[in-house]
Design a protein around this ligand. Structure first.
Ligand SMILES: Nc1ncnc2c1ncn2[C@@H]1O[C@H](COP(=O)(O)OP(=O)(O)OP(=O)(O)O)[C@@H](O)[C@H]1O
Ligand SMILES: [Mg+2]
Length: 380
């Protein structure tokens, strides 16, 4: 798929910026705090309806303006798609496809597929399990927009069940409304089992792809594994055991749940163990090795989305290129070639291999304005 045009109106520090993308790679160059990441964030919002930087729409609207708009024209194999997202400082957002407001978020997801890779992604290795769950869920939503709906339902039930446990606790009554609790348990286990199965299936497909990339980049010396560790322990080869096992483990933890007044069983406590040569990646090796791992995961993600969707997704590289050594930069370049439309931010063009400038267009970003930069032929 190819993003042809993007129009930002009162979005972050952009007042009114129209961008036409004319090359497989677009490099946004500029000093700090000029709006490079903001532009990528706009694309992320069209892709996932979420920003990894904020959950409040008011942050996304230009200071002093009441509303913001992101409009895009996307070319897919099936034809051209117009996407629009209108944001307000207070009030609901509106998402439109071909100028028609969609009723459910779900109907907007899945048009623009994108994989993001930013310097913050090292947290995938170093951070807590929550980081890895967010990543897993993000990939799953791209593969299957319906998953967004499932996850939302699960989180809703989890919230209600937790509120119920708090009520029990504050009233000092473990026997408060047992029928109610049975109902929450059933719902949590039904939705939770579906979340677990999808995470499991996806990781199974992703792991061999990530291993191949990891071996290529690390020079075959290291063995990567992605091991799904669902909080509900069960025999992963017996999916029909999952639901009863989920209920049984809630039963086992009932007293602890009452005392802690929170749900202790379910995919909201899942983990993915990333290991290199049997050592947890978090403890393993240098920053460079951790970067190799994240790069392998991202390339695997790119490949899996392309396999499932049938079209290459966009790649968004925020600040990350300069952090990769030449070998890793070139691995990445070989992987994406000109097939994956790529948006790249950087503070210095000289920070990466000149090969990147082939088939690239460059925009300078300054205080929310873009201007085309003519490439110096000696660099190209
Ligand atoms: N709602 C908003 N209204 C106006 N300006 C905003 C808004 N949100 C963010 N900004 C401004 O946008 C700028 C940050 O933009 P961005 O994160 O895109 O920077 P960047 O070019 O990626 O910089 P870096 O190289 O440091 O990553 C800051 O100057 C910030 O004040
Ligand atoms: Mg930035």
């Amino acid at each position: 798929m190819y993003l042809e045009q993007l129009h930002l109106q009162n979005f972050r520090n952009y007042q009114d910026q129209f961008v036409v993308f004319g090359a497989p790679k677009t490099i946004l160059v500029g000093a700090n705090a000029q709006g490079k990441s903001n532009l990528l964030e706009a694309v992320e919002l069209l892709s996932t309806l979420r920003s990894h930087r904020t959950s409040r729409d008011r942050d996304l609207v230009l200071d002093g303006a009441p509303t913001a708009q992101i409009t895009a024209q996307l070319r897919r194999d099936s034809g051209s798609v117009d996407l629009r997202l209108a944001l307000q400082i207070s009030g609901r957002r509106t998402a439109m496809v071909h100028s028609e407001a969609v009723k459910r978020q779900l109907d907007f997801l899945g048009y623009l597929n994108a994989v993001q890779f930013s310097s913050l992604d090292l947290d995938l290795v170093r951070g807590g399990p929550g980081e890895r769950r967010t990543w897993l869920d993000g990939v799953l939503i791209q593969l299957e927009p319906l998953y967004a709906h499932l996850l939302q339902q699960y989180q809703q039930v989890l919230k209600q069940r937790n509120a119920f446990l708090k009520r029990q606790r504050s009233l000092n009554n473990p026997n408060l409304d047992p029928a109610q609790l049975v109902l929450w348990n059933q719902q949590l286990a039904t939705l939770g089992a579906r979340v677990i199965q999808r995470r499991h299936r996806m990781l199974n497909r992703l792991e061999p792809l990530a291993q191949t990339w990891h071996q290529a980049i690390s020079g075959q010396t290291e063995h990567l594994s992605l091991e799904y560790e669902p909080n509900v322990r069960h025999d992963l080869t017996q999916p029909e055991q999952l639901f009863p096992e989920f209920l049984a483990q809630m039963q086992t933890k009932a007293i602890a749940e009452y005392h802690q007044a929170t749900s202790l069983v379910g995919p909201h406590r899942d983990e993915v163990n990333l290991t290199i040569n049997q050592t947890p990646a978090r403890q393993y090796g240098s920053q460079g090795q951790q970067r190799t791992l994240v790069l392998a995961l991202k390339l695997a993600e790119l490949q899996l989305i392309e396999e499932v969707i049938g079209e290459p997704p966009l790649l968004l590289l925020d600040d990350v290129l300069a952090e990769l050594d030449l070998n890793r930069q070139n691995q990445l370049l070989d992987a994406i070639q000109d097939r994956f439309q790529t948006l790249i931010t950087t503070t210095h063009l000289g920070a990466f291999d000149a090969k990147w400038l082939q088939s690239a267009e460059v925009f300078a970003v300054e205080s929310g304005y873009l201007s085309a930069v003519a490439l110096n032929p000696s660099l190209g």
